[in-house]
Design a protein around this ligand. Structure first.
Ligand code: ME8
Length: 522
């Protein structure tokens, strides 16, 4: 059995409905998870909601409801978004679930047993919005004397009894980790930021609260609930069976395991500094890598409720199609960088890449076969150099270039390679002109069509992780056996078996109808 692969998104705050940034993260993670499954890996993919903390408690109070009721309502929207976007998660975790409370208390006790937790008094600059304390040196003055965090959120001077985690003791071990595992934090730019932050020295971290009770109770310390980030980060362990299911832990959270956290750039510090320190303290294995993706901007502007430019991902999916939205987000934005979206850009990319480059290629080829050969698959009468060249090119795209790009999470490069494969097929069809061969050389026409059939199937397989519904529909239509739908399987000799079977090809329906921009967006 190949090595298990664990992948997670951040868990979202369900104090509002999901926005396009949440959709982006989960779609990217889904494409990676689907890719790894297609490569035969035993994948565990987790996403979910981060339901505790002051912000949830305050939002609930503002709406005159219990935090649990708010979490129940909002978590259902996040789950519906995942299902609507065809996200292949294995677990949707909610941090209010009992097994998660149990796991959080277990990691707490493990950190305590290591001597890393002590009771003290916390005084400091606290941002309710970020649920984080900041160092004096990070605070700036805002308008009217207001104090601001580095994120630009307001902070208040806060004093309370608190448990502390001895983060200061982990500076050297963390720096060692980054140095010996240069891929631990990706992309490179984020790694540099984190290293500079840790080199600057670490203060101990306040990890409990007494001012409210919506959280995981600190074991043996009445009145204290855990700082929300302690329990939030622990969600990754909960899903892997911590602390009771040793077998599951050995599979998905093992020493040297292939564990990837996909998160946004604003929470890299929590994942690349606090999280490995907690894990070291609890004597638990570390993840392999933390990837901090960029932010999605609305026509280049930050999304915010006050600007009224927060896109509802489900509205976009309904309007343009789930696969179209998935394809757009993953191809348009270089994974790791910020990116911009707009209705025009979605329409443009979907029409040019999915409609013209890939959809038309499949449509032209399959309808030509269905019409001229009455659904029988074309027979190969010996390949010539142009066919071999196309095969070699597609093979390199599908079984080498795309795999390498996906392995290093370069999602948009993988798609660029794929698109090059589509272009190569389009050039081939134009150069070979099967419609002319029909009269002049019907045998050669069949070989050309068969070559295209095989190449299109390979391209459809390669893009499955990005546009699963459309690519599956195409492969079903083409009769490609389910056990061939992997880069390895589709390289083999399935075609002649299919051509000799009783399979008949029906006339295809367009896969990607042309999108139009409604008048209000023009
Ligand atoms: O940070 N573009 O939750 P969250 C892209 N609960 N990604 C974005 C984005 C945007 N405009 N806005 C947010 C939290 N994100 C914590 C995480 S993990 C143990 C706890 C990303 O709902 C953000 O970077 O604010 C994060 O990775 C995810 O969406 C959830 O954000």
């Amino acid at each position: 059995m190949s090595k298990p692969f664990t992948i997670t998104t951040a868990i979202s705050y369900p104090n509002g409905r999901p926005h396009i940034g949440h959709a982006y993260e989960v779609i990217a993670t889904d494409a990676i998870a689907r890719f790894q499954r297609m490569m035969g890996r035993d994948v565990f993919f987790q996403t979910g909601t981060d339901e505790h903390g002051l912000k949830m408690a305050q939002t609930a109070r503002g709406r005159d409801m219990e935090p649990q009721a708010l979490a129940d309502e909002m978590a259902s929207y996040f789950k519906a978004m995942n299902d609507g976007l065809n996200i292949s998660y294995d677990r949707f975790i909610r941090t209010s679930e009992p097994d998660h409370h149990h796991a959080s208390q277990a990691i707490w006790q493990a950190m305590e047993a290591s001597g890393d937790l002590y009771l003290g008094r916390y005084e400091g600059w606290y941002s309710v919005r970020d649920e984080a304390f900041y160092d004096e040196k990070e605070i700036t003055d805002g308008e009217g004397g207001a104090k601001l965090s580095p994120q630009g959120t307001p902070v208040e001077w806060t004093v309370e009894e608190s448990w502390f985690f001895r983060l200061s003791a982990y500076q050297d071990r963390l720096l060692d980790l980054y140095r010996t595992n240069p891929d631990f934090i990706q992309p490179e730019s984020r790694r540099n930021e984190v290293m500079r932050f840790v080199e600057g020295g670490l203060s101990d971290l306040s990890v409990s609260r007494t001012s409210f009770d919506w959280g995981v109770k600190v074991p043996g310390s009445q009145g204290h609930v855990m700082y929300v980030w302690v329990d939030a980060l622990t969600n990754y362990l909960t899903g892997c069976g911590y602390p009771d299911d040793a077998e599951r832990m050995a599979r998905y959270w093992a020493e040297g395991g292939d564990i990837t956290h996909i998160i946004g750039k604003d929470i890299v510090r929590f994942h690349a500094v606090y999280w490995p320190a907690f894990l070291m303290s609890a004597k638990l294995p570390l993840p392999r890598r933390v990837f901090g993706h960029g932010f999605l901007l609305n026509r280049g502007e930050k999304m915010s409720k006050s600007l009224g430019n927060v896109a509802d991902p489900m509205e976009l999916a309904e309007r343009f199609g789930v696969d179209q939205l998935r394809y757009f987000l993953l191809s348009e934005v270089t994974f790791g960088n910020d990116g911009s979206y707009s209705a025009e850009a979605i329409v443009q990319r979907s029409n040019s890449d999915l409609g013209n480059a890939f959809g038309n290629l499949a449509q032209r080829t399959l309808s030509f076969i269905a019409k001229n050969l009455e659904g029988r698959l074309p027979v190969i009468h010996g390949h010539d150099a142009a066919d071999e060249e196309l095969f070699a090119f597609i093979d390199r795209v599908v079984r080498s270039d795309m795999l390498a790009a996906m392995d290093e999470l370069a999602l948009s490069s993988a798609i660029e390679h794929w698109l090059r494969g589509c272009f190569a097929c389009n050039q081939y069809i134009d150069a070979q002109a099967p419609w002319t061969l029909r009269k002049t050389d019907p045998e050669r026409m069949e070989t050309v069509l068969a070559t295209l059939y095989i190449a299109i199937a390979q391209l459809a397989v390669a893009i499955l992780p990005v546009i699963p519904t459309s690519a599956t529909a195409l492969l079903d239509h083409m009769g490609v056996p389910a056990d061939r739908r992997s880069p390895e399987g589709i390289g083999g000799h399935w075609y002649s078996e299919l051509a000799e079977s009783s399979f008949t090809l029906d006339a295809p329906k367009p896969l990607f109808p042309r999108l139009e921009l409604p008048a209000e967006d023009e």
